[in-house]
Write a protein that binds this ligand. Sequence first.
Ligand code: NAD
Length: 387
Amino acid sequence: MYELLMPSRVVYGRGTLGEVGQQAKAFGIKALIVSDPVMENIGVVARCAQYLQEAGLPFAKYTGVDSEPTDVHVKEALDVCRSERCDVVIAIGGGSSIDAAKAVAVMMTNEGEIGDYVGNQKRFAEKPLPLIAIPTTAGTGSEVTKVTVIINTKTDVKMMISQPALLPAVAIVDPLLTVSCPPSVTAATGVDALCHAIEAYISRRAHPVTDVLALSAIEAIVGYLRRAYENGQDIEAREKMAVAAMKAGMAFSNASVTLVHGMSRPIGALFHVPHGVSNAMLLPGVLEFTKDSAIERLAVIARIIKPSLKDVSDAEAADALVEEVKQLCRDLRIPNMKTWGIDKAAFDKAVDKMATDALASGSPSNNPKVPTHEEIVALYHYCYDYQ
Ligand code: NAD
Protein backbone atom coordinates (compact mmCIF):
# COMPACT_ATOMS: atom_id res chain seq x y z
CA MET A 1 0.00 0.00 0.00
CA TYR A 2 1.15 3.55 -0.58
CA GLU A 3 -0.28 7.06 -0.36
CA LEU A 4 0.38 10.28 -2.21
CA LEU A 5 -0.28 13.51 -0.34
CA MET A 6 0.28 16.98 -1.74
CA PRO A 7 -1.38 20.40 -1.63
CA SER A 8 -4.76 20.47 -3.35
CA ARG A 9 -3.63 23.39 -5.53
CA VAL A 10 -0.24 24.26 -7.02
CA VAL A 11 -0.05 27.47 -9.06
CA TYR A 12 3.13 27.54 -11.11
CA GLY A 13 4.61 30.11 -13.50
CA ARG A 14 6.48 33.35 -14.01
CA GLY A 15 4.77 36.19 -12.15
CA THR A 16 2.31 33.97 -10.26
CA LEU A 17 3.06 35.89 -7.04
CA GLY A 18 0.39 38.20 -8.46
CA GLU A 19 -2.19 35.46 -7.73
CA VAL A 20 -1.69 35.65 -3.97
CA GLY A 21 -4.47 38.16 -3.29
CA GLN A 22 -7.21 36.18 -5.01
CA GLN A 23 -5.98 32.87 -3.61
CA ALA A 24 -5.85 34.18 -0.03
CA LYS A 25 -9.22 35.90 -0.30
CA ALA A 26 -10.84 32.55 -0.99
CA PHE A 27 -9.74 31.36 2.46
CA GLY A 28 -10.11 34.19 4.94
CA ILE A 29 -10.74 37.79 5.88
CA LYS A 30 -7.31 38.73 7.30
CA ALA A 31 -3.92 37.32 6.34
CA LEU A 32 -0.68 36.92 8.29
CA ILE A 33 2.45 37.19 6.13
CA VAL A 34 5.34 35.16 7.59
CA SER A 35 8.79 35.92 6.18
CA ASP A 36 12.37 36.90 6.99
CA PRO A 37 14.37 40.16 7.16
CA VAL A 38 16.09 39.59 3.79
CA MET A 39 12.73 39.24 2.02
CA GLU A 40 11.60 42.42 3.77
CA ASN A 41 14.77 44.32 2.73
CA ILE A 42 14.67 43.32 -0.94
CA GLY A 43 11.01 44.32 -1.27
CA VAL A 44 9.45 40.88 -1.74
CA VAL A 45 7.23 41.24 1.34
CA ALA A 46 6.09 44.67 0.10
CA ARG A 47 5.13 43.20 -3.29
CA CYS A 48 3.15 40.44 -1.62
CA ALA A 49 1.45 43.04 0.61
CA GLN A 50 0.61 45.17 -2.41
CA TYR A 51 -1.17 42.25 -4.11
CA LEU A 52 -3.18 41.65 -0.93
CA GLN A 53 -4.15 45.32 -0.79
CA GLU A 54 -5.22 45.25 -4.43
CA ALA A 55 -7.43 42.25 -3.64
CA GLY A 56 -8.90 44.14 -0.68
CA LEU A 57 -7.57 41.70 1.91
CA PRO A 58 -6.29 43.19 5.21
CA PHE A 59 -3.06 41.69 6.55
CA ALA A 60 -0.53 41.72 9.39
CA LYS A 61 3.07 40.55 9.10
CA TYR A 62 5.81 38.78 11.04
CA THR A 63 9.19 39.02 9.31
CA GLY A 64 11.49 37.87 12.11
CA VAL A 65 12.27 34.32 10.90
CA ASP A 66 16.01 33.50 10.80
CA SER A 67 17.61 30.79 8.74
CA GLU A 68 16.73 27.49 10.47
CA PRO A 69 13.61 28.62 12.39
CA THR A 70 13.20 28.02 16.12
CA ASP A 71 10.33 27.52 18.54
CA VAL A 72 10.89 31.16 19.57
CA HIS A 73 10.11 32.42 16.02
CA VAL A 74 6.99 30.27 16.01
CA LYS A 75 5.83 31.71 19.33
CA GLU A 76 6.48 35.30 18.22
CA ALA A 77 4.59 34.79 14.95
CA LEU A 78 1.72 33.08 16.79
CA ASP A 79 1.41 36.09 19.11
CA VAL A 80 1.01 38.38 16.07
CA CYS A 81 -1.45 36.01 14.40
CA ARG A 82 -3.62 35.82 17.54
CA SER A 83 -3.51 39.52 18.43
CA GLU A 84 -4.27 40.55 14.82
CA ARG A 85 -7.00 37.88 14.51
CA CYS A 86 -5.67 36.52 11.23
CA ASP A 87 -7.43 33.53 9.68
CA VAL A 88 -5.17 32.69 6.72
CA VAL A 89 -1.35 32.41 6.73
CA ILE A 90 0.92 33.34 3.81
CA ALA A 91 4.53 32.13 3.89
CA ILE A 92 6.92 33.87 1.52
CA GLY A 93 10.62 33.01 1.65
CA GLY A 94 12.88 30.00 1.78
CA GLY A 95 12.14 26.80 3.65
CA SER A 96 12.76 28.58 6.96
CA SER A 97 9.86 31.01 6.49
CA ILE A 98 7.57 28.31 5.11
CA ASP A 99 8.34 25.92 7.98
CA ALA A 100 7.75 28.62 10.60
CA ALA A 101 4.44 29.50 8.93
CA LYS A 102 3.37 25.84 8.86
CA ALA A 103 3.92 25.64 12.61
CA VAL A 104 1.89 28.82 13.11
CA ALA A 105 -0.99 27.53 10.97
CA VAL A 106 -1.31 24.30 12.98
CA MET A 107 -0.67 25.82 16.42
CA MET A 108 -3.38 28.45 15.91
CA THR A 109 -5.98 25.69 16.19
CA ASN A 110 -4.26 22.93 18.18
CA GLU A 111 -3.29 22.70 21.85
CA GLY A 112 0.16 22.59 23.44
CA GLU A 113 3.45 23.45 21.76
CA ILE A 114 4.84 22.53 18.36
CA GLY A 115 7.43 20.23 20.01
CA ASP A 116 4.64 18.06 21.40
CA TYR A 117 3.95 16.81 17.88
CA VAL A 118 7.38 15.35 17.05
CA GLY A 119 7.26 11.75 15.87
CA ASN A 120 3.94 10.05 16.19
CA GLN A 121 3.40 10.82 19.86
CA LYS A 122 0.58 13.26 19.22
CA ARG A 123 -1.51 14.06 16.12
CA PHE A 124 -2.93 17.46 15.20
CA ALA A 125 -6.60 16.98 16.09
CA GLU A 126 -7.94 20.24 14.63
CA LYS A 127 -7.79 21.55 11.08
CA PRO A 128 -5.02 24.17 10.74
CA LEU A 129 -5.52 27.68 9.39
CA PRO A 130 -5.20 27.57 5.60
CA LEU A 131 -1.62 28.18 4.47
CA ILE A 132 -0.42 29.61 1.16
CA ALA A 133 3.26 28.75 0.67
CA ILE A 134 5.38 30.80 -1.76
CA PRO A 135 9.01 29.61 -2.02
CA THR A 136 11.81 32.02 -2.94
CA THR A 137 14.50 29.31 -3.01
CA ALA A 138 14.56 26.22 -5.23
CA GLY A 139 15.48 23.68 -2.61
CA THR A 140 13.42 22.47 0.30
CA GLY A 141 10.16 21.78 -1.54
CA SER A 142 8.47 22.70 1.75
CA GLU A 143 5.68 24.34 -0.27
CA VAL A 144 4.44 20.83 -1.17
CA THR A 145 5.50 18.73 1.84
CA LYS A 146 3.75 17.59 5.02
CA VAL A 147 6.89 18.37 6.99
CA THR A 148 8.11 21.21 9.17
CA VAL A 149 11.54 21.44 10.80
CA ILE A 150 11.80 23.66 13.88
CA ILE A 151 14.76 23.99 16.29
CA ASN A 152 13.96 23.31 19.94
CA THR A 153 16.01 26.03 21.65
CA LYS A 154 16.04 24.15 24.97
CA THR A 155 17.59 20.95 23.59
CA ASP A 156 19.35 22.22 20.41
CA VAL A 157 17.50 19.56 18.43
CA LYS A 158 16.08 20.20 14.97
CA MET A 159 12.62 18.72 15.44
CA MET A 160 11.15 17.12 12.34
CA ILE A 161 7.38 16.97 12.41
CA SER A 162 5.60 15.15 9.60
CA GLN A 163 1.80 15.07 9.50
CA PRO A 164 -0.78 15.72 6.76
CA ALA A 165 -2.06 18.78 8.65
CA LEU A 166 1.20 20.51 7.70
CA LEU A 167 0.47 20.43 3.97
CA PRO A 168 -0.12 23.93 2.60
CA ALA A 169 -3.56 24.49 1.09
CA VAL A 170 -1.99 26.24 -1.91
CA ALA A 171 1.58 26.43 -3.23
CA ILE A 172 2.41 29.37 -5.48
CA VAL A 173 5.66 28.59 -7.28
CA ASP A 174 6.93 31.66 -9.11
CA PRO A 175 10.45 30.93 -10.42
CA LEU A 176 11.16 34.65 -10.85
CA LEU A 177 11.28 34.94 -7.05
CA THR A 178 14.43 32.80 -7.00
CA VAL A 179 16.41 35.07 -9.37
CA SER A 180 17.70 37.21 -6.48
CA CYS A 181 19.21 34.19 -4.64
CA PRO A 182 22.98 34.71 -4.32
CA PRO A 183 25.17 31.86 -5.68
CA SER A 184 25.84 30.39 -2.22
CA VAL A 185 22.09 30.08 -1.52
CA THR A 186 21.44 28.71 -5.03
CA ALA A 187 24.13 26.07 -4.47
CA ALA A 188 23.08 24.99 -0.99
CA THR A 189 19.36 24.86 -1.75
CA GLY A 190 19.92 23.11 -5.08
CA VAL A 191 21.97 20.37 -3.42
CA ASP A 192 19.26 20.05 -0.78
CA ALA A 193 16.77 19.31 -3.57
CA LEU A 194 19.21 16.79 -5.06
CA CYS A 195 19.48 15.05 -1.67
CA HIS A 196 15.67 14.92 -1.39
CA ALA A 197 15.40 13.29 -4.79
CA ILE A 198 18.25 10.78 -4.29
CA GLU A 199 17.10 9.86 -0.79
CA ALA A 200 13.46 9.49 -1.90
CA TYR A 201 14.56 7.19 -4.73
CA ILE A 202 16.65 4.89 -2.52
CA SER A 203 14.33 5.09 0.51
CA ARG A 204 12.83 1.87 1.81
CA ARG A 205 9.48 3.66 1.48
CA ALA A 206 9.91 4.66 -2.18
CA HIS A 207 7.01 3.78 -4.46
CA PRO A 208 6.34 3.99 -8.21
CA VAL A 209 4.97 7.54 -8.16
CA THR A 210 7.73 8.94 -5.95
CA ASP A 211 10.27 7.17 -8.22
CA VAL A 212 9.02 9.11 -11.25
CA LEU A 213 9.11 12.41 -9.38
CA ALA A 214 12.55 11.74 -7.90
CA LEU A 215 14.25 10.66 -11.12
CA SER A 216 12.92 13.55 -13.17
CA ALA A 217 14.00 15.95 -10.41
CA ILE A 218 17.53 14.48 -10.45
CA GLU A 219 17.77 14.86 -14.22
CA ALA A 220 16.75 18.52 -14.08
CA ILE A 221 18.98 19.39 -11.12
CA VAL A 222 22.04 17.85 -12.74
CA GLY A 223 21.23 19.63 -16.00
CA TYR A 224 20.48 23.10 -14.61
CA LEU A 225 21.88 23.67 -11.09
CA ARG A 226 25.35 24.66 -12.33
CA ARG A 227 23.76 27.09 -14.79
CA ALA A 228 21.58 28.73 -12.11
CA TYR A 229 24.64 28.96 -9.84
CA GLU A 230 26.89 30.52 -12.48
CA ASN A 231 24.28 32.96 -13.82
CA GLY A 232 21.42 33.78 -11.46
CA GLN A 233 19.64 35.62 -14.29
CA ASP A 234 19.34 32.42 -16.37
CA ILE A 235 15.55 32.21 -16.24
CA GLU A 236 15.33 28.84 -17.96
CA ALA A 237 17.65 27.34 -15.34
CA ARG A 238 15.69 29.03 -12.52
CA GLU A 239 12.44 27.59 -13.91
CA LYS A 240 13.82 24.07 -14.22
CA MET A 241 15.21 24.25 -10.67
CA ALA A 242 11.93 25.56 -9.20
CA VAL A 243 10.00 22.65 -10.71
CA ALA A 244 12.71 20.13 -9.80
CA ALA A 245 12.74 21.26 -6.15
CA MET A 246 8.96 20.95 -6.04
CA LYS A 247 9.05 17.44 -7.55
CA ALA A 248 11.81 16.40 -5.14
CA GLY A 249 9.69 17.75 -2.28
CA MET A 250 6.66 15.75 -3.41
CA ALA A 251 8.88 12.67 -3.70
CA PHE A 252 10.48 12.81 -0.27
CA SER A 253 7.33 13.95 1.52
CA ASN A 254 5.73 10.69 0.41
CA ALA A 255 8.76 8.35 0.41
CA SER A 256 10.73 9.95 3.28
CA VAL A 257 14.31 11.13 3.44
CA THR A 258 16.96 8.77 4.76
CA LEU A 259 20.41 8.89 6.36
CA VAL A 260 21.78 12.15 4.88
CA HIS A 261 18.94 14.20 6.30
CA GLY A 262 18.95 12.28 9.57
CA MET A 263 22.64 13.14 10.09
CA SER A 264 22.37 16.64 8.63
CA ARG A 265 19.85 18.08 11.10
CA PRO A 266 22.16 17.77 14.17
CA ILE A 267 24.95 19.58 12.26
CA GLY A 268 22.52 22.41 11.48
CA ALA A 269 21.18 22.58 15.03
CA LEU A 270 24.56 22.54 16.81
CA PHE A 271 26.87 24.34 14.38
CA HIS A 272 24.39 26.56 12.48
CA VAL A 273 25.43 25.28 9.08
CA PRO A 274 22.76 26.05 6.41
CA HIS A 275 20.66 22.98 5.75
CA GLY A 276 21.68 22.41 2.12
CA VAL A 277 25.38 22.78 2.99
CA SER A 278 25.21 20.25 5.84
CA ASN A 279 23.47 17.81 3.48
CA ALA A 280 26.19 18.28 0.87
CA MET A 281 28.89 17.69 3.53
CA LEU A 282 27.41 14.21 4.07
CA LEU A 283 26.00 13.10 0.72
CA PRO A 284 29.09 11.48 -0.91
CA GLY A 285 30.20 9.72 2.29
CA VAL A 286 26.71 8.43 3.04
CA LEU A 287 26.34 7.16 -0.54
CA GLU A 288 29.61 5.21 -0.11
CA PHE A 289 28.30 3.73 3.16
CA THR A 290 24.97 2.80 1.55
CA LYS A 291 26.26 1.65 -1.83
CA ASP A 292 26.32 -2.12 -1.35
CA SER A 293 22.69 -2.15 -0.22
CA ALA A 294 21.36 -0.07 -3.10
CA ILE A 295 23.61 -0.84 -6.07
CA GLU A 296 20.84 -1.14 -8.66
CA ARG A 297 19.04 2.05 -7.72
CA LEU A 298 22.24 4.05 -7.42
CA ALA A 299 23.24 2.77 -10.87
CA VAL A 300 19.95 4.05 -12.31
CA ILE A 301 20.67 7.50 -10.84
CA ALA A 302 24.27 7.38 -12.10
CA ARG A 303 23.15 6.64 -15.67
CA ILE A 304 20.69 9.55 -15.57
CA ILE A 305 23.47 11.88 -14.45
CA LYS A 306 25.96 10.41 -16.94
CA PRO A 307 24.38 8.41 -19.79
CA SER A 308 27.81 7.10 -20.89
CA LEU A 309 27.74 4.79 -17.82
CA LYS A 310 25.21 2.55 -19.57
CA ASP A 311 27.93 0.07 -20.58
CA VAL A 312 29.56 -0.41 -17.16
CA SER A 313 28.44 -2.70 -14.32
CA ASP A 314 25.99 -1.44 -11.69
CA ALA A 315 28.78 -1.44 -9.10
CA GLU A 316 31.00 0.72 -11.29
CA ALA A 317 28.10 3.04 -12.08
CA ALA A 318 27.34 3.43 -8.35
CA ASP A 319 31.02 4.27 -7.71
CA ALA A 320 30.90 6.81 -10.52
CA LEU A 321 27.80 8.41 -8.97
CA VAL A 322 29.76 9.19 -5.80
CA GLU A 323 32.44 10.86 -7.95
CA GLU A 324 29.82 12.86 -9.89
CA VAL A 325 28.24 14.12 -6.66
CA LYS A 326 31.66 15.08 -5.28
CA GLN A 327 32.48 16.98 -8.48
CA LEU A 328 29.14 18.82 -8.36
CA CYS A 329 29.82 19.92 -4.78
CA ARG A 330 33.32 21.08 -5.81
CA ASP A 331 31.91 23.04 -8.77
CA LEU A 332 29.42 24.69 -6.40
CA ARG A 333 32.23 25.49 -3.96
CA ILE A 334 30.56 23.70 -1.06
CA PRO A 335 32.97 23.16 1.86
CA ASN A 336 33.33 20.14 4.13
CA MET A 337 32.85 20.45 7.89
CA LYS A 338 36.52 21.24 8.48
CA THR A 339 36.81 23.93 5.80
CA TRP A 340 33.47 25.41 6.90
CA GLY A 341 35.19 26.03 10.23
CA ILE A 342 33.56 23.55 12.60
CA ASP A 343 35.98 23.32 15.52
CA LYS A 344 37.32 19.75 15.74
CA ALA A 345 37.30 19.64 19.55
CA ALA A 346 33.68 20.86 19.66
CA PHE A 347 32.79 18.35 16.94
CA ASP A 348 34.41 15.45 18.83
CA LYS A 349 32.54 16.46 21.97
CA ALA A 350 29.19 16.68 20.16
CA VAL A 351 29.40 13.67 17.88
CA ASP A 352 27.83 11.15 20.25
CA LYS A 353 24.79 13.39 20.85
CA MET A 354 24.60 14.05 17.09
CA ALA A 355 24.42 10.32 16.37
CA THR A 356 21.76 9.87 19.06
CA ASP A 357 19.68 12.74 17.65
CA ALA A 358 20.11 11.46 14.09
CA LEU A 359 18.83 8.00 15.03
CA ALA A 360 15.97 9.42 17.11
CA SER A 361 14.66 11.37 14.10
CA GLY A 362 13.64 8.10 12.43
CA SER A 363 15.06 9.08 9.00
CA PRO A 364 18.05 6.65 9.14
CA SER A 365 15.65 3.71 9.44
CA ASN A 366 14.49 4.41 5.86
CA ASN A 367 18.04 4.09 4.51
CA PRO A 368 18.68 0.94 2.42
CA LYS A 369 21.47 0.11 4.89
CA VAL A 370 20.24 0.94 8.38
CA PRO A 371 23.17 2.20 10.47
CA THR A 372 23.97 1.54 14.12
CA HIS A 373 24.85 4.36 16.51
CA GLU A 374 28.54 3.44 16.18
CA GLU A 375 28.37 3.48 12.38
CA ILE A 376 26.82 6.96 12.43
CA VAL A 377 29.59 8.21 14.74
CA ALA A 378 32.19 6.74 12.38
CA LEU A 379 30.46 8.30 9.35
CA TYR A 380 30.45 11.74 10.98
CA HIS A 381 34.21 11.43 11.53
CA TYR A 382 34.71 10.17 7.96
CA CYS A 383 32.75 13.11 6.50
CA TYR A 384 34.36 15.78 8.73
CA ASP A 385 37.22 16.46 6.31
CA TYR A 386 35.96 14.46 3.31
CA GLN A 387 37.32 15.87 0.04
P1 NAD B 1 16.37 29.67 4.13
O1 NAD B 1 14.91 29.83 4.06
O2 NAD B 1 16.98 29.53 5.49
O3 NAD B 1 17.07 30.87 3.36
C1 NAD B 1 18.48 30.98 3.33
C2 NAD B 1 18.88 32.44 3.14
O4 NAD B 1 18.57 32.81 1.81
C3 NAD B 1 18.10 33.39 4.05
O5 NAD B 1 18.96 34.40 4.48
C4 NAD B 1 17.04 33.95 3.12
O6 NAD B 1 16.62 35.23 3.51
C5 NAD B 1 17.79 33.99 1.81
N1 NAD B 1 16.91 33.95 0.64
C6 NAD B 1 15.86 33.13 0.41
N2 NAD B 1 15.33 33.38 -0.79
C7 NAD B 1 16.04 34.39 -1.33
C8 NAD B 1 15.94 35.11 -2.55
N3 NAD B 1 15.04 34.81 -3.48
N4 NAD B 1 16.81 36.12 -2.76
C9 NAD B 1 17.77 36.44 -1.83
N5 NAD B 1 17.90 35.78 -0.67
C10 NAD B 1 17.05 34.76 -0.42
O7 NAD B 1 16.91 28.44 3.26
P2 NAD B 1 16.20 27.15 2.69
O8 NAD B 1 17.29 26.24 2.34
O9 NAD B 1 15.21 27.49 1.67
O10 NAD B 1 15.42 26.55 3.95
C11 NAD B 1 16.13 25.88 4.96
C12 NAD B 1 15.19 25.38 6.03
O11 NAD B 1 14.20 24.52 5.45
C13 NAD B 1 15.91 24.56 7.08
O12 NAD B 1 15.46 24.91 8.36
C14 NAD B 1 15.55 23.14 6.73
O13 NAD B 1 15.59 22.28 7.84
C15 NAD B 1 14.15 23.32 6.21
N6 NAD B 1 13.67 22.25 5.32
C16 NAD B 1 12.35 21.98 5.36
C17 NAD B 1 11.80 21.00 4.55
C18 NAD B 1 10.33 20.70 4.62
O14 NAD B 1 9.83 19.86 3.88
N7 NAD B 1 9.60 21.36 5.48
C19 NAD B 1 12.63 20.31 3.66
C20 NAD B 1 13.97 20.62 3.63
C21 NAD B 1 14.48 21.61 4.46
